[in-house]
Design a binder for this molecule. Structure first.
Ligand SMILES: [Zn+2]
Length: 431
């Protein structure tokens, strides 16, 4: 890839408390897709042999990262919102996921899912697939074809679900080995970077996995040094059920930890609505990342995760759409919901302030991006994942650059995203 320089109004967050804003600035991107410099002054950047692209009055911001989403639930987006978590799984989610035994059906749904992630500017995602190995491999190939980054999880489950969604421990391990082979057969990236598409060990949640299944998942993560994703402390009935199933555990998090699934390798846990006390301390010690999914928590009536408290305590947090518990694939909209949830906490207790826009933006970009490597910022060394926003239709008066970004986050959608980049490469429409 040739060295490139992009000119636009640049906005990003190095730290949660404030935006970096460079009017008519430049970002230089090296041949390996990483940022080599960002400045208001072209002469200060290594511009020799670089191709310069001028995006004029548009905004250039880091691309979005979705830390928790279920690809096979895409058909159910925006429907089936009348139940709480456990009956919702049984009545709506499991029957849909069973259809992914058919790779033809999977391809139709997964293509639409990957295209819509692209549409909304999400260039990296932690994705749950289903138990089905072939469909999971297919989903990995679709991300690879698109040039987008993803950690894709073949889901492990062998209890409390319909027979069509159960696998023996041996079948699960064998399937994972095939998925890992798929990953190593995908085209290699520049040697210093991780492959863009990789597997992630994905026990659905403790109630879906016997102790043997959880143990095998922990062993896979350790053996192949794979990251881990699952669900944690989403709903009070779920937490009580986990305590029944794993009576020796001292918390839901501890039930994962006992099997090597809680930070022994990089781990992201969705929801954490009711995480507190010992579980919170364990997450801190182990560096477990929280995927905050505010719309899902509302829709499935789970509660409101205390994100301000998590940040005060030093936990790493990112945002997740959690389709189809969540109904909205846009991570921009997730920033708005995260701010609104924190304001509801603030209404109840003024001791902790609510999230600011720069904090929400940082959660979605640099904080969430850290789960994929050096992703989510324009600081030198970061992979150039970026969006070019043409907000002319929203910018009908003398708004400042920060106000323009705020209006885009609150009012914009995919129509204003003009260009998308992942690891330095322009990602064009994939379907
Ligand atoms: Zn989920």
């Amino acid at each position: 890839m040739q060295k490139k320089i992009y000119k636009a109004h640049i906005l990003y967050t190095k730290e949660p408390g404030r935006f970096e804003v460079i009017e008519n600035g430049y970002v230089a991107v090296g041949a390996d897709g990483r940022v080599t410099g960002v400045s208001a002054d072209l002469a200060s950047l290594d511009s020799e042999d670089a191709e310069v692209t001028d995006f004029g009055d548009r905004l250039l911001i880091p691309a979005m990262n979705d830390l928790h989403v279920h690809a096979p639930q895409y058909r159910n987006q925006g429907i089936a919102m009348d139940l709480e978590l456990l009956p919702w799984l049984q009545q709506y989610t499991f029957p849909e996921e069973m259809k992914f035994a058919d790779t033809g059906y999977a391809e139709r749904m997964y293509r639409r899912f990957v295209r819509d992630l692209w549409r909304f500017g999400t260039m990296r995602a932690c994705v749950f697939a289903t138990i089905h190995t072939e469909s999971t491999r297919l989903l990995m190939r679709l991300f690879q074809e698109a040039g987008m980054g993803a950690l894709v999880g073949k889901v492990a489950m062998n209890r409390n679900c319909p027979p069509g969604l159960m696998e023996s421990v041996d079948e699960m391990v064998k399937g994972y080995e095939e998925v890992i082979k798929e990953s190593s057969s995908l085209p290699l990236s520049p040697s210093t970077l991780q492959p863009l598409v990789r597997p992630i060990v994905t026990p659905r949640f403790v109630p879906s996995c016997t102790p043997e299944m959880l143990r095998a998942c922990g062993e896979l993560a350790a053996k192949f040094q794979l990251p881990v994703q699952s669900h944690l402390s989403e709903n009070k009935d779920e937490i009580a059920w986990v305590q029944e199933l794993e009576p020796e555990s001292t918390s839901y998090g501890d039930a994962y930890d006992r099997y090597g699934l809680f930070g022994q390798t990089p781990t992201v846990m969705a929801h954490c609505v009711w995480t507190e006390g010992e579980e919170l301390e364990l997450m801190k010690r182990r560096g477990v990342v929280v995927a905050h999914c505010p719309t899902s928590n509302f829709n499935v009536a789970s509660g409101m995760a205390p994100i301000r408290q998590f940040l005060d305590e030093g936990l790493r947090v990112g945002l997740g759409s959690d389709i189809s518990g969540g109904h909205d694939l846009s991570i921009f909209r997730m920033m708005v919901y995260a701010i609104q949830v924190s304001k509801m906490h603030y209404q109840q207790n003024h001791e902790r302030s609510f999230l600011t826009l720069s904090e929400a933006f940082w959660l979605a970009t640099k904080s969430a991006g850290s789960f994929f490597g050096r992703v989510g910022s324009f600081e030198p060394g970061y992979e150039f994942d970026a969006l070019v926003i043409d907000d002319a239709d929203l910018n009908h008066d003398n708004y400042s650059l920060l106000q323009r970004l705020e209006r885009y986050i609150y009012l914009g959608d995919d129509r204003q995203i003009e260009h998308r980049f992942c690891r330095g490469k322009a990602i064009e429409c994939i379907i």
